[in-house]
Design a protein around this ligand. Structure first.
Ligand code: HEM
Length: 495
């Protein structure tokens, strides 16, 4: 009997024939990466929902040397604080920022790829004109805030999360893309949803091995929603972009100092005028700015409600400034609000938006000055929490609202302890060339809203309610969705 040389393959065995070699390659790649990192101790478990405890343990056990946090995608080598300055000095071809972000957010599937040079320059354009822009919109804020909070003169228990998120997304849109789009609910929702869908899509994709992501992406509703958000952004942006292009052809047109213009002016090869490129860039800017700012503000409000003794000093400072400025809240004077500035720095120190900072990917094998050797293709980071343990602050585990004002006064160095100032011990906005370029704008936005709330509302937690603990997913912060705070409109002459 003749035996056929090639037996016909069933569907299952064909699938197995394709998948098996892939599994084997993936297994050996993972093993080889792991064996390269075998010298480092591992702290924590890969499936931890929250890496806070592991990071605290790691910093306690290895304060001066590196260890591994077994984060998803690939493990992260956590470096000691002594290497901050060396990390920030490395060029992109040694320690890459962009590639690390692309990896962590699976940018190929979540559409998060951007030209960071262009994004930074666009954000800087806003920053240079931030006082002018924010003064323009300060008077609109009164209306927006009371609409968002929706409380009267009687105490009301309120969940502020959605209200603050919408408010921040709207103010950011007002500054980034103009009044018309900022008032469009579909635009604001698309910007907010993009971030949420990216986070969920990344988590879901990570349930599958990397080599299956290109297939699994088509099965995930979140990836479809991301594409729909982009389509909505582009549709809504089109008339605004068309009008901008027409205006730019006019000889005396004064360019607006917004993100649309930043992307047009700074995108490589004139791509900023292309609708899809603009849409993607605006969504990425929305991702970088919306949840980070709203969570920072929510935390500040929780700290305010939990520390009622801070209300009067903060109000006194504000009222003095308003009097000096002739009865108006002027953005240019915000740096003089030293108590509020210190309060925000302390609030962010206790609750940063990410447990890790200075995340990079090694492009080549890198030997650090303390002898730590990290192989090429490795994720590295430094914990933000080091500032709480660095030995320079008294009672670092206690919230002390005005500690940075006192420190600035005592050392005669006001700038060193300002909210927006980054240094090796203050990594809440990163540090070095890749430190958050939006922090100057964010600081003004947060101060403007906080000032309004301080002047026009009373705030506290209901009796017996404590300040809620911040929730973390992996190393990222997650808003605590269940918290309610008590608010009421202030009546002149009472407090
Ligand atoms: C309070 C609010 C904010 C916080 C806490 C925050 C925090 C951060 C942090 C920790 C980084 C990483 C820095 C590093 O890796 O060294 C970052 C980067 C970045 N942020 Fe922010 N951010 C905030 C608001 C904003 C806003 C409003 C914008 C835009 C207007 C913005 C735009 C960016 C951009 C573009 C980057 C990437 C910079 C680069 O890689 O060169 N951020 N931010």
């Amino acid at each position: 009997m003749d035996i056929p040389l090639f037996l016909p393959l069933s569907r299952n065995s064909l699938g197995l024939a394709i998948l098996l070699p892939c599994f084997i390659i993936a297994y050996y790649m993972l093993r080889s990466q792991r064996s390269k990192l075998a010298d480092f101790p591992v702290v924590g478990k890969r499936d931890s929902a929250d890496f806070r405890a592991a990071l605290e343990e790691g910093c306690r056990m290895y304060p001066d040397s590196a260890y591994i946090l077994p984060t998803p995608i690939r493990p992260t080598v956590i470096l000691p604080a002594t290497l901050v300055d060396e990390v920030i000095r490395q060029p992109e071809d040694v320690l890459a920022t962009r590639e690390e972000v692309d990896d962590r957010f699976l940018a190929k599937y979540t559409l998060l790829t951007a030209d960071d040079h262009m994004i930074r320059r666009s954000v800087n354009l806003i920053t240079r004109n931030v006082s002018e822009i924010m003064n323009d919109i300060a008077h609109e804020l009164d209306l927006d805030i009371s609409k968002a909070l929706n409380v009267d003169t009687a105490w009301k228990s309120t969940n502020i999360h959605t209200a603050i998120l919408q408010l921040v997304a709207q103010i950011n849109s007002r500054v980034f893309v103009g009044l018309e789009l900022s008032q469009n609910v579909e635009w604001v929702d698309a910007i907010i949803n993009y971030t949420v869908q990216v986070m969920i899509a990344v988590q879901k994709l990570l349930e599958y091995p990397t080599f299956l992501h290109s297939v699994v992406q088509y099965l995930l509703p979140e990836i479809r929603t991301i594409h729909q958000s982009l389509a909505s952004c582009c549709r809504l942006l089109q008339p605004v972009l068309d009008e901008r292009k027409q205006n730019l052809a006019e000889p005396f047109f004064k360019k607006p100092k917004d993100m649309i213009q930043g992307v047009i002016d700074y995108a490589p090869e004139g791509r900023g005028s292309v609708l899809e490129f603009q849409g993607r860039s605006q969504m990425i800017l929305g991702l970088a700015s919306t949840h980070t700012t709203s969570i920072t503000l929510e935390n500040a409000l929780y700290d305010l409600a939990a520390n009622p003794q801070c209300l009067q000093p903060l109000r006194d400072e504000l009222e003095k400034m308003i009097e000096q400025d002739g009865g108006n809240l002027l953005v240019k004077s915000f740096t003089m609000l030293r108590k509020m500035d210190s309060f925000l720095r302390e609030s962010q120190r206790m609750n940063p938006v990410d447990l890790l900072s200075l995340r990079r990917k090694t492009k080549v094998a890198k030997k650090f000055c303390d002898g730590t050797k990290v192989p090429a293709g490795t994720s590295i980071a430094i914990p933000v929490s080091i500032v709480r343990n660095d030995g320079t602050l008294t009672n670092p585990d206690v919230f002390d609202a005005f500690r940075f004002q006192k420190l600035g006064d005592a050392e005669g160095n006001l700038n060193k302890y300002l909210y927006v100032n980054t240094d090796a011990n203050s990594l809440g906005f990163g540090h070095g060339v890749h430190a958050c370029p939006g922090r100057f704008f964010a600081a003004i936005e947060v101060k403007l809203i906080l000032a309004h709330i301080l002047l026009h509302y009373d705030i506290k937690f209901a009796d017996g309610i404590q300040r809620p603990k911040t929730t973390y997913y992996g190393t990222n912060i997650g808003p605590n969705l269940d918290v309610e705070i008590m608010l009421r409109k202030r009546v002149k002459g009472t407090s």
